[in-house]
Design a protein around this ligand. Structure first.
Ligand code: SAM
Length: 276
């Protein structure tokens, strides 16, 4: 029988966010697949645990993934941990999960810290509907295509960003979404210097002209406003249009039919209202 792949979330800054279930799972599994074994070793030392570690990260996932899968199929259980937060969210975990799902190896995701959800919850922006956009590409063409595709997006958008790229991103956001669009810049979440700046794109750009961005950021961007509702046509306007068509030579019945279809006003109502 196959073992289980556990997706084990780790703190995004505050060790107090390590749950009992995470401790129990890390101590129970046969081995741990880590994005950076040095980072995970520190965590294991903190927990007083010793476990075999294998490396699974962006640049070795093609070879490491099948090796981990084979061990799972051989009956061993594995905990996947990344440097911080929930594995598979903007980190290489998603490929290992897909590999396991394709081979019918059970995957158990343990809930826990995730920078995107933590920032969204604290943003003060609508949380009812949102999209996760991850990191923007640094390649100009795909970056532009990504932003263009979001021009009319009405849902709140979540982006990850590194401090040295923040100023360029804010400037690109302002040119695509306009300087009035609201944004919450959430940095150093769960850490000593946690800060949430709730502002507009224009003001955020001005703020970072004098202030060097520091720490990791989640950017929560307000969605596009709903389009202005088109006012319902009044009966008086509709009647005027009917009379204008009659003046051009149409019979009343035909004029009413045309205007009724165009404006969605019932024919009988319109016919009666148009009578002299
Ligand atoms: N899997 C992780 C999760 O569940 O949040 C995300 C991994 S992604 C490689 C790392 C990015 O998450 C950072 O560049 C930053 O945008 C965001 N991030 C992680 N920790 C953060 C924190 N404490 N405060 C703000 N953003 C954070």
């Amino acid at each position: 029988m196959s073992g289980i792949l556990y997706l084990v979330p780790t703190p995004i800054g505050n060790l107090g966010d390590l749950s009992d279930r995470v401790r129990e799972t890390l101590s129970a599994v046969d081995f741990i697949a880590a994005e950076d074994t040095r980072v995970s070793l520190k965590l294991l030392n903190h927990l007083g645990l010793k476990k075999p570690l294998v490396s699974y990260y962006e640049h070795n996932r093609a070879e490491s993934g099948p090796r981990i899968l084979a061990r799972l199929q051989g009956g061993e259980s594995c905990a996947l941990v990344t440097d911080a937060g929930t594995p598979a969210i903007s980190d290489p975990g998603q490929d290992l999960v897909a590999l396991c799902a394709g081979a019918d190896v059970p995957v158990c995701a343990i809930p826990g810290p995730c920078a995107a959800v933590t920032a969204l919850a604290a943003s003060g922006l609508p949380t009812g509907r949102f999209t996760f956009e991850g990191f923007l590409s640094t390649a100009p063409k795909s970056r532009r295509e990504h932003l263009d595709a979001l021009r009319g997006e009405r849902r709140t958008m979540i982006f990850y960003e590194a401090p040295h790229k923040l100023v360029r991103t804010l400037s690109d956001f302002a040119s695509v979404f306009g300087p009035e669009r609201r944004i919450s810049l959430c940095r150093e979440l769960t850490k000593l210097h946690e800060e949430i700046l709730r502002t507009t794109l224009g003001e955020a750009a001005a703020y970072y002209e004098t202030q060097a961005p520091r720490g990791e950021y989640v950017l929560i961007l307000e969605g596009a406003p709903a389009p202005e509702p088109v006012p319902a046509p009044s009966l008086a306007d509709a009647t005027e249009r009917v009379n204008a068509l009659i003046a051009q030579g149409l019979r009343r019945k035909e004029a009413v039919k045309q205007v009724s279809e165009a404006l969605g006003i019932p024919k009988n109502t319109l016919y009666e209202a148009s009578l002299p």
